[in-house]
Design a protein around this ligand. Structure first.
Ligand code: NAI
Length: 399
C-alpha cells in the first residue's frame, strides 16, 4: 500500500459533490492535497464550486485566513463529471446517495481507473462497510471514513475497517485523518458505527417521554439544554437534521439489529414524516417555523427537568456501555466520538463514572420493571463494571 498524506502531494478523489462531498473536498485541499471532485451532475459541481468559494472567502473577510491560503485551497480543487482524472489518486472517498447498488457500481467503475494501491473509502452512514468492500476486486484497500455534517467543522471521523481490510490500513487512515486536523475514532463495522448507534435514545427516549405525556417537546428541549448542557434539544435537532433523515437512520439501525426493540422507531416521528412536517427545511416539524407562529414556552420546573434529563441520559449511557461491551470502540473512542461528532457536552462513559454506575443501573432496572420492555434492558457492561467497582475512564481520573 503506498503512503499517502505525508507530503500532501497525492491526489484525493471525492465522488459525489453534495453536502458531504464538497465539505470533504475542502478538508483534503486545506490539508494540501490536489482534489478531484466528481459528480454526475454538472449543476451540482457548479453549486459546489460557488459554495466553496463563498465559504472560504468569508474566512478571508473575517480575517481567519489569508487571501493567498484560500486561493491555494480553491486552486487545488478540480471538478469533473467523469472519473478518468483519478488514475493517479492515492485515496478516493465516495459520498454519493445512501444506496448500496449505486455505491457498488461506483467502486467497480473506480477499480477500472485507479491503481491497485489506491485506498478506497466510503462515507456511508448506515451500510455495511464489509458488504461494500465485498463488491471490490481488491477489498483489502477498502474502508469506511465517516465524516460528520458540516464536515469541515465537525472534528470526528469514524475510521471503520472492513473485515477484509489489510491490517495496517485503518491505522494509516487514522494517522492521515489526524494529519488533516480531524479527531478520528476507530469504530467496528456494526450498524450505526459509534455515533449513529449510541445517539439513538437522544431522539427515541425524548419522543417517548413526549408520547407518554410527561412533558411537551419544548420542555424536553429546555431540560436537555438548560440542565443537561446539550447544545441543542432533541426536537430542535431532529428538525434541523430533518425528520425524514432522522427517521430513516433510526429505521435502518433498527433493521440492521434484526429489529431489536431497543431501536424501534416512533409512531409520532413517522406521522410527522407522513405529513411532510420534516423540520426547518419544510417550514414545520416538531416546531412551526412559519412567520408569526406562536412560540410555545417550556414548563421550567427543575424537578421535572431533572427527571427528563436523567431518563434520557441513562438511556444514552446504557447505549454507550453496550457499544463498549460489543467492542464497537474503546471507552475513550466512544466518548470522543459523541463529543466530536454530535457535540455532546461530556463523554457519556465519563458522565456515567461521575453520576455513579450503580445509580444508572437502578434507573434502568426501575424502567424495565415498570414497562416490561426490552428497550430498557441494562447492558451487561454496566453490571460488570459495577461488580468490579471499576470506572469506564480511569484515564481521566489520573489526570
Ligand atoms: P447528497 O444527496 O447531498 O449528495 C450526493 C451526491 O452524489 C449528489 O450530488 C449526486 O448528484 C451525486 N451522485 C449520485 N450518484 C452518483 C454517481 N454515480 N456518480 C457521481 N455522483 C453521484 O448526499 P449527502 O448528504 O452528501 O450524503 C452522501 C453520503 O454521505 C451518504 O452515504 C450519506 O449517508 C453520507 N453521510 C451524510 C451525512 C449528512 O449529514 N448529509 C453525514 C454523514 C454521512
Amino acid at each position: 500500500m503506498k503512503e499517502i498524506g505525508n507530503t500532501g502531494a497525492e491526489l484525493v478523489g471525492i465522488i459525489g459533490a453534495g453536502t458531504m462531498g464538497r465539505g470533504i473536498a475542502q478538508i483534503a485541499a486545506t490539508a494540501g492535497h490536489p482534489v478531484l471532485l466528481v459528480d454526475l451532475d454538472q449543476g451540482v459541481l457548479d453549486a459546489a464550486h460557488s459554495s466553496l468559494e463563498r465559504i472560504l472567502n468569508r474566512q478571508v473577510e473575517k480575517g481567519r485566513m489569508s487571501k493567498e491560503a484560500v486561493g491555494g485551497i480553491l486552486g487545488r480543487i478540480s471538478y469533473d463529471t467523469g472519473m478518468n482524472g483519478l488514475r493517479e489518486a492515492g485515496l478516493v472517498i465516495e459520498a454519493v446517495v445512501e444506496n448500496s447498488s449505486v455505491k457498488e457500481n461506483i467502486f467497480s467503475a473506480l477499480e477500472g481507473v485507479v491503481s491497485k494501491q489506491c485506498w478506497l473509502a466510503t462515507n456511508t452512514s448506515s451500510l455495511s462497510v464489509t458488504a461494500l468492500a465485498a463488491s471490490c476486486k481488491h477489498p483489502e484497500r477498502f474502508l469506511g471514513l465517516h465524516f460528520f455534517n458540516p464536515a469541515p467543522l465537525m472534528p470526528l471521523v469514524e475510521v471503520v475497517p472492513a473485515l477484509q481490510s489489510q491490517d495496517e490500513l485503518a491505522s494509516s487512515a487514522f494517522e492521515l485523518m489526524s494529519a488533516w486536523g480531524k479527531k478520528p475514532a476507530m469504530a467496528g463495522d456494526s450498524p450505526g458505527f459509534i455515533v449513529n448507534r449510541v445517539a439513538r435514545p437522544f431522539y427515541g427516549e425524548a419522543i417517548r417521554i413526549m408520547e407518554e405525556g410527561v412533558a411537551d417537546h419544548v420542555t424536553i428541549d429546555w431540560a436537555m439544554t438548560a440542565l443537561g448542557g446539550f447544545r441543542m434539544g432533541p426536537f430542535t435537532l431532529m428538525d434541523l437534521i430533518g425528520n425524514d433523515v432522522n427517521y430513516a437512520v433510526t429505521e435502518s439501525v433498527w433493521a440492521a439489529f434484526h429489529h431489536d426493540p431497543r431501536y424501534r422507531p416512533s409512531f409520532s416521528q413517522k406521522r410527522n414524516v407522513d405529513a411532510g412536517y420534516l423540520g426547518r427545511k419544510s417550514g414545520r416539524g416538531w416546531y412551526d417555523y412559519s412567520d408569526g407562529a406562536v412560540q410555545l414556552k417550556p414548563r421550567e420546573d427543575k424537578d421535572l427537568g431533572q427527571d427528563i434529563l436523567w431518563r434520557i441520559l441513562v438511556m444514552l449511557i446504557n447505549e454507550a456501555a453496550d457499544a463498549l461491551f460489543w467492542g464497537v470502540a474503546d471507552a475513550e473512542g466512544i466518548d470522543r466520538a459523541m463529543q466530536g461528532g454530535v457535540n455532546y457536552p461530556q463523554g457519556l462513559l465519563a458522565w456515567a463514572d461521575k453520576v455513579g454506575i450503580d445509580r444508572c443501573i437502578k434507573k434502568l432496572d426501575e424502567m424495565y420493571a415498570l414497562y416490561g420492555e426490552d428497550r430498557y434492558r441494562c447492558s451487561p457492561m454496566l453490571r460488570k463494571m459495577a461488580q468490579q467497582r471499576g470506572t469506564f475512564r480511569p484515564d481521566l481520573a489520573a489526570v
